[in-house]
Ligand binder design. Structure first.
Ligand code: PLP
Length: 456
């Protein structure tokens, strides 16, 4: 198939919509009323903690709909959305072909608890994008993917300890909720209550980008490391790219010491390139975890890798892992349609890079002009505005950022019609649905917000 750029609906020429619809400090009575109601029924009024706006203050918005790059709250205000459901929506909201595929799948049946054709196609599509994945198991979330991949690594190696890097988030399973960035960082409780010390003890944490620390650990006698897991580009302490040569050294060290290398590409897979960070940086991990984009906005996760390792998964091998709704027909229909659109429109990644570069140049100008210490860290369409004047290379450096300044930035952007992740320690995402007018609008919103921050 040829390129089908026109199949990606974009917000071309609609940027003025933001200015019309969202007055500065718009009142949001319906959001406020619904959120008050939500708090009666759900802890903190949310189904996932960062949604509660604890890190930026103010009341969370309640959303009614999304289309392309736009998201609309229940009060009828429309925003440019840089959250994209925390990463999955690389094609924007409610892409017509993705929605149609889900509707057709739903009419055929919501779940069979048995193999369906789209599931096989999705696995084939994933393998085409990720040559390091000889076999793929579908699950229902990123959390399940990482949890299962690490059980497999332990089952395969016969070793029990894991290495993770501080600030990397790999879902909320017990053994991985140790110095896990994101929500945990925001709330200052890196180790969740309810995780037994005996479980956490099996997880060793090291500073991100510190290959020397990994070398010392792996070389120490009896280190017993089954796997080293990392986000190849960290997105859950804000965007922190790998230092030059870091991923290569982690690859060499794990190989040398017989530990499996697990790339958690739940966020970066199909985002930084069709084949994820491993394509971008040319690294072949032993196991890869996917989620987010691979479900096109529906719940999903996947893990896979070396055939000899994956053959240890039940029913082929002794490592048990299962799921009633795994390979769900609606999720795989959304994911398959999304991946096909991405593959057939490969120029999307170049366009996202261009949009990111323009936004970055705009930020640098505005930061200089208004004298605000802020820097954008970005890889492709994943980015964070860090309120600091120094590069952020790991979690302890991320923690030195001015989170109150981020809170003001967040609310300034919101008032200008841009919805950002409500925390300094999250990545924002550009989507292929953003047109040139929307990118200009973003640059203006950043400039206006930084000008306002400089004045007060
Ligand atoms: C989002 C995310 C997860 C968890 O995925 P869920 O679907 O929320 O369980 C794991 N790892 C990374 C890198 C993520 O960004």
């Amino acid at each position: 198939m040829g390129t089908q750029a026109e199949e990606i609906p974009r917000g071309r020429g609609t940027a003025s919509k933001i200015l019309e619809v969202v007055p500065i400090s718009a009142p949001r009575p319906l959001s406020a009323a619904l959120y008050a109601e939500a708090r009666q029924h759900m802890p903190g009024g949310v189904s996932s903690p960062v949604r509660a706006f604890a890190a930026v203050g103010g009341e969370p918005l309640v959303f009614a709909s999304g289309a392309g790059p736009w998201i609309t709250d229940v009060d009828g205000h429309t925003y440019l959305d840089l959250v994209g459901s925390w990463g999955p929506l690389i094609l924007g909201h409610a892409h017509p072909q993705v929605v149609e595929a889900v509707c057709q799948a739903a009419r055929r049946g919501l779940s069979f608890g048995a193999t369906c054709p789209d599931e096989i196609e999705l696995a084939r599509e994933i393998r085409g994008a990720f040559p390091a994945m000889d076999l793929v198991r579908l699950v229902s979330s990123g959390t399940e993917a990482t949890m299962s991949a690490l059980r497999l690594a332990r089952g395969f190696t016969g070793r029990s300890r894991l290495v993770k890097f501080e600030g990397c988030y790999h879902g909320h399973s017990d053994g991985l909720l140790v110095k896990a960035g994101s929500g945990a960082t925001t709330f200052g409780t890196p180790d969740s209550a309810g995780v037994p010390a005996e479980v956490a003890r099996h997880t060793v944490t090291l500073p991100f980008n510190d290959a020397d620390a990994l070398e010392r650990l792996l070389a120490s006698p009896g280190s017993d490391i089954a796997a080293v897991i990392l986000e190849p580009v960290a997105g859950n302490m804000g965007l922190v790219p790998p230092a030059e040569g870091f991923l290569q050294r982690v690859r060499e060290l794990t190989r040398q010491h017989g530990a499996l290398l697990v790339f958690d590409e739940v966020m970066t897979g199909f985002r930084l390139a069709f084949g994820g960070a491993q394509e971008l940086y040319g690294i072949r991990p032993d196991l890869t975890c996917l989620g987010k984009i691979v479900g096109g906005g529906m719940p999903i996760g996947a893990y896979g890798g070396r055939r000899d390792v994956m053959e240890h998964v039940a029913p082929l091998g002794p490592v048990y892992q299962a799921g009633t709704l795994s390979g769900n027909p609606l999720s795989v229909a959304a994911g398959l349609t999304t991946l096909r659109l991405l593959r057939q429109n490969a120029e999307i990644y170049r366009r996202l890079e261009e949009a990111g570069a323009r936004l970055e140049a705009g930020l640098q100008q505005s930061a200089r002009r208004h004298g605000v210490p802020v820097r954008m860290q970005r890889v492709g369409s994943m980015l964070t505005w860090f309120f600091t004047d120094r590069p952020v290379r790991n979690l302890s450096e991320a923690r030195t950022c001015d989170t109150r300044a981020f809170g003001r930035f967040f609310h300034g952007m919101l008032a200008r019609g841009v919805y950002l992740p409500p925390s300094q320690f999250e990545a924002a995402f550009l989507s292929a649905a953003l047109g040139e007018a929307e990118v200009e609008q973003l640059i203006e919103a950043v400039d206006g917000t930084l000008a306002e921050m400089a004045r007060s």
